[in-house]
Ligand binder design. Structure first.
Ligand code: FDA
Length: 299
């Protein structure tokens, strides 16, 4: 029933004029330009929150475009430094050229990490679908040998993830843990929320005991309650983790709660001219998101 409703929502959204969709999307997307995105980051910083910015887009099929996106990210590092913002950058591998070949991707990735290092900033490699999990982890571990200025993302819904975390041999493992947003088959992924949450906690417990740095990315309040218990049980030092949320998603007072506990909170701020196509593609791929968005809008 819910999936039928979500499909109806998606069909309706794609029929609406772009200007109307923008009214809804504006809550979750920080405009189209560097200027609007950095203004959002500044206002988050003023509220005591860190940020990570992402230019919306994926699956670039043209070398010149992949290079242009990479140089746009390089400019962003300069602008973040000039404006003294507390903000790092998150990129999607396929946005900087992974579909064009591993070498193209690695070259651009290297440029970004070098730039991040010049400012003692940081680059997060987002995790896309399971088709590129191996390549992404391989690229991450390769880059990690040269720099601590890089981290990646692991998805709790994949059966493989705990092993993946264990297999990265580094004292500087720094990853964001999320549930995972892509539609994956039941052969390789956990399908129900309860068991995804159990796996999330299992991976987090391992990471805390292994002294990894974790970006705890979730809006799930039940899961957050269990994460707080785990932090207390293991007496985890606050410099070993941060909480992460998507810009615009309501958190029912939990951001304030994190700040009261002196825990770091980082907001993921997506922006860019491709916001419409990107949002529609992602809605079609995972219709559950449509339900969230509508629910949050009417809260
Ligand atoms: P859950 O799905 O149970 O959602 C809990 C509640 O949060 C929902 O009921 C809803 O109210 C709200 N909510 C969640 N997502 C929402 C959304 N998009 N819009 C509006 N409301 C929403 N995934 C991935 O595969 N690769 C990645 O690199 C990343 N990166 C990433 C960064 C950050 C900072 C976050 C917070 C999330 C991601 N994700 C991601 C997405 C993640 O995998 C997951 O799909 C969503 O966060 C939803 O899962 P929750 O843990 O929030 O729980």
């Amino acid at each position: 029933m819910i999936s039928i409703l979500n499909s109806v929502i998606i069909k309706t959204i794609t029929l609406l004029p772009k200007a109307i969709v923008q009214l809804f999307a504006g809550k979750y997307v920080a405009g189209e330009s560097h200027k609007t995105a950095l203004a959002v980051v500044k206002s988050l910083n003023d509220q005591g929150l860190s940020a990570t910015i992402d230019i919306l887009g994926e699956h670039v099929q043209d070398i010149t475009e992949a290079k242009q996106i990479t140089s746009e990210y390089i400019d962003l590092y300069d602008e973040i430094a000039e404006n003294q913002l507390d903000c790092n950058i998150s990129i999607k591998p396929s946005h900087i050229g992974l579909d064009l070949g591993e070498n193209q991707f690695l070259d651009n990735l290297q440029l970004l990490i070098d730039k991040a290092m010049t400012y003692e900033n940081f680059l997060r490699i987002d995790m896309e679908s399971s088709l590129v999990t191996d390549t992404t982890i391989k690229a991450y571990t390769q880059m990690l040998k040269r720099s601590k200025a890089v981290g990646t993302v692991f998805q709790a819904y994949l059966f493989r993830t705990l092993d993946d975390v264990k297999n990265v041999q580094s004292d500087h493992l720094n990853f964001r843990l999320c549930k995972g947003i892509y539609k994956e088959s039941e052969d390789i992924s956990i399908q129900d929320r309860k068991h995804i949450n159990e796996n999330y906690l299992k991976i987090l417990r391992y990471a805390f005991t292994a002294n990894n740095y974790v970006g705890i990315a979730t809006h799930d309040i039940d899961l957050l309650k269990n994460i707080y218990s785990l932090i207390e049980e293991l007496n985890v030092s606050p410099d070993k983790f941060e909480f992460q949320v998507l810009y615009g998603v309501p958190m029912s007072g939990w951001i304030e709660k994190h700040l009261e506990n002196r825990y770091k909170v980082r907001v993921y701020v997506p922006f860019g001219p491709d916001w419409y196509n990107y949002s529609i593609r992602r809605l079609k791929e995972n219709p559950n998101i449509a339900g969230y968005v509508i629910k949050n809008l009417f809260r």
